[in-house]
Design a protein around this ligand. Structure first.
Ligand SMILES: NC(=O)c1ccc[n+]([C@@H]2O[C@H](COP(=O)([O-])OP(=O)(O)OC[C@H]3O[C@@H](n4cnc5c(N)ncnc54)[C@H](O)[C@@H]3O)[C@@H](O)[C@H]2O)c1
Length: 696
């Protein structure tokens, strides 16, 4: 029996818990079985029809699904009007880039394009035995309903999902699979169906991220995305600030630049979709969502939100403090109120609601984490202040009671969950980057397992929302550029969290299950007694390229665990920033690498003390002698900043390795934090990102 800290997001897909995967030694479902279920067995395979396949969504999804279904020889029928511009052709160069010419052609061979008039399906379609229709035609309710009727009369058993941005399943009469832009690469799909279907599980098995949401108008993503756009437009109405400038401050405040996003997606289509979502939301929930006159006008004219660049400098004066505070209320007030509605309606698992904003709408911190960070009083006061400026918004859709219960694990564990079976625990990370929120949640997860009497632990991704682990969230470094203490707080406390994995468990196993594990998260995982990885995962420390100095003990911990003959290899990783395949790092960075089917049971054996035959590498506690100071054969640095960073990393390596384990945490934390305040860091990725987003 698995005990969970809070519901595991995989459970919402009917896929059980992460712990059960390790216990069983395999994933809960196989792609091949699910392909058989959805499309029929090999030999009598049916096809996937994408209707509206030349559109923005249709073309992207034809590529994304076509490339994943090609190995199973599922034909994709790309259906559209003969007059539609060639959206699929436009995707081809990207396909070549991702899969090479030969791979791209192989995928395209399975994509069969068909034209029709919208009413009479092509006769040849029958021969391709359509089993699943992904409908991606325009956002007009009657047109979509008529389309389903056409398909159902020809193929009564066909499964249908709509990609609709806003219409609930109850209005359409089909399930929803609502994807996020950009469609060929974004993996998130909001799913509405009575219970998790084989189609949804197949999306998961193919490496995509289906996220069940409640059957409500505009689901979660479009409430957030359309909501922040509307908030910006209302601010414009009241203050006459140009849209590009509103974007600039919105990005500083929360992350997205919604008006730029509309222009990037395609102004006319995107503005129509946003207007449509807001229009229907306002009919259902009231004036909080009423589109501004500007929206109505632009959805007719298709006029872009950004003016030609040369107008910009004329009005680029900064907001003073009072004006910026008012801006915050205009933007955050409605967002918080909309979130109260979504919480009240229980539109999704809180980790889902939070992740959707981060993964699909550019929020630096998801809406739930943001609200948690502000606390209920401030959030409610912000909405009330907003109602002072826009009184009509108070007429409905305001549920302050939804912010109660923030102490619960559902609110407290948005990014990190834990499970155990009474003997072994699993800690799962559902965020690709490590942040203060993740760190706090990680510590709470460790505390919980310990309070449950668990002293064996596996630390890994969540097999759902995070498909890779890329390291520290660099936006957490913004305050550190000017403040040593802020940097030191990160480098010392995040390192201390890592040490808990070494010090507080009898056995700890880090497991890399995704495409890559880099930077801070690799530093975290090397603190585990064993590190296991799927063999093709990329592992490394790209810090030198940013540049920053690894500050979660990367400069000495892995060196203390490796034999002196392997030190040069570790130093190469640190000095070049180039990753290595896990399979090539066994014995000195990784303890075992294999296929997922091999690695899952191995992790379980290591965690449970089974017969695994792998020696536990000791962490040398004393000062190390002879760590090379000078590396030959390094490729030239990409920039003078990288050169400076190499010297700083080497200094940190020498100092942290040259002392004992008890001193080393502080030594490396100080040096890494000092580098964060240095001019070199300012000139790099972190500094320029800070200047672009925050110093406006
Ligand atoms: N644009 C986005 O980023 C986005 C995101 C999520 C969901 N959606 C949803 O996707 C759907 C399509 O939006 P889009 O932006 O891709 O629109 P689009 O205008 O780019 O594409 C629609 C395509 O459908 C074709 N079409 C129209 N009627 C058809 C019919 N009866 N049969 C077959 N093809 C037909 C058109 O020729 C066009 O190629 C909408 O429901 C929208 O809400 C859009």
């Amino acid at each position: 029996m698995t005990t969970v800290l809070r519901e595991t997001t995989l459970q919402t897909l009917g896929l059980g818990t992460v712990l059960e995967m390790f216990e069983n030694g395999h994933l809960p479902v196989s792609t091949g079985d699910l392909v058989d279920q959805v499309f029929g067995n090999s030999g009598s395979r049916g096809s996937l029809v994408v209707s509206g396949a030349n559109g923005i969504v249709g073309a992207g999804k034809t590529m994304q699904l076509g490339s994943r279904l090609q190995p199973f020889d599922v034909k994709i029928v790309a259906l559209d009007f003969p007059s539609a511009p060639d959206g699929i052709g436009r995707q081809y160069p990207g396909l070549v880039q991702a899969f090479g010419q030969e791979g791209a052609d192989r995928i395209m061979r399975n994509i069969i394009r068909m034209n029709y008039d919208g009413a009479n399906l092509p006769a040849e379609l029958k021969d391709l035995n359509p089993r699943f229709l992904l409908e991606a035609i325009p956002e007009i309710l009657e047109v979509k309903r008529a389309h389903y009727a056409t398909f159902r009369s020809a193929f009564p058993d066909i499964e249908i999902r709509s990609v609709t941005s806003g219409f609930p399943s109850s209005e359409l009469g089909v399930g929803i699979a609502h994807p996020a832009f950009p469609h060929e690469i974004n993996k998130i799909w909001e799913i509405v169906e009575p219970e998790p279907s084989a189609i949804t599980q197949l999306l998961w098995a193919m490496g995509l991220i289906p996220v069940p949401v409640a059957d409500r108008w505009s689901f979660i993503l479009d409430v957030l995305f359309c909501g922040i756009t509307l908030a910006g437009s209302r601010y414009r109405q009241a203050n006459n600030m140009p849209y590009w400038k509103i974007d600039k401050y919105a990005r500083k405040l929360v992350g997205p630049n919604p008006f730029r996003a509309h222009d990037a997606i395609g102004t006319k289509g995107a503005t129509f979709l946003t207007w449509s979502c807001l229009h229907h939301l306002s009919e259902k929930y009231g004036p909080l969502f009423t589109p501004t006159p500007d929206f109505v006008e632009r959805k007719e004219t298709g006029q872009s939100w950004y003016p030609p660049n040369h107008f910009r400098p004329l009005v680029d004066w900064p907001l003073d403090r009072d004006a910026y505070n008012a801006f915050r209320v205009w933007i955050l007030g409605p967002l918080f109120q909309m979130a109260s509605l979504m919480l009240h309606e229980m539109r999704g698992h809180l980790a889902h609601m939070n992740a959707i904003g981060e993964l699909c709408a550019q929020f630096r911190s998801g809406i739930v984490a943001l609200i948690r960070d502000f606390g209920p009083e401030t959030v409610i006061a912000t909405v009330e202040a907003y109602h002072g400026m826009h009184p009509e918004a108070a007429q409905g859709a305001w549920h302050p009671e939804a912010f109660e219960g923030m102490d619960s694990p559902e609110w407290q564990q948005l990014y990190v969950n834990a499970e155990h079976n009474g003997e072994v625990g699993v800690i799962t990370l559902s965020r690709e980057t490590y942040s203060w929120d993740v760190d706090h949640e990680m510590n709470r997860a460790i505390d919980w397992l310990k309070s449950e009497g668990i002293d064996k632990v596996i630390v890994t991704g969540d097999f759902h929302l995070s498909t890779q682990m890329v390291g520290a969230d660099t936006s957490e470094f913004f305050p550190t550029l000017e403040n040593f203490d802020a940097g030191y707080s990160i480098t010392s406390r995040w390192s201390a969290t890592g040490r808990r994995l070494n010090d507080e468990f009898a056995t700890s196993v880090g497991f890399v299950n995704g495409k890559r594990c880099l930077g801070g998260i690799l530093e975290l995982l090397v603190h585990c007694h064993y590190l296991v990885s799927v063999d093709d995962a990329q592992l490394g420390w790209p810090e030198v390229t940013l540049p920053v100095v690894p500050g979660m003990e990367g400069c000495h911990w892995p060196i203390r665990k490796a034999g002196s003959e392997d030190w040069t290899k570790l130093l190469h990783l640190l000095m070049t920033g180039r990753p290595i395949k896990a399979g090539d790092a066994v014995g000195w960075l990784v303890d075992y690498a294999g296929s997922l089917d091999q690695a899952l049971p191995m992790v379980w054996k290591l965690a449970t003390g089974g017969d695994h035959g792998i020696a536990r590498r000791r962490v040398e506690a004393g000062a190390l002698r002879g760590v090379p100071n000078d590396l030959s054969g390094l490729p030239p640095a990409d920039s003078p900043e990288m050169e400076t960073a190499r010297a700083a990393i080497m200094e940190c390596v020498q100092a942290a390795c040259g002392t004992d384990l008890s001193e080393a945490l502080t030594v490396q934390a100080k040096l890494a934090a000092e580098f964060l305040t240095a001019p070199t860091c300012r000139k790099g990725v972190v500094g320029s990102e800070y200047t672009r987003t925050m110093a406006v």
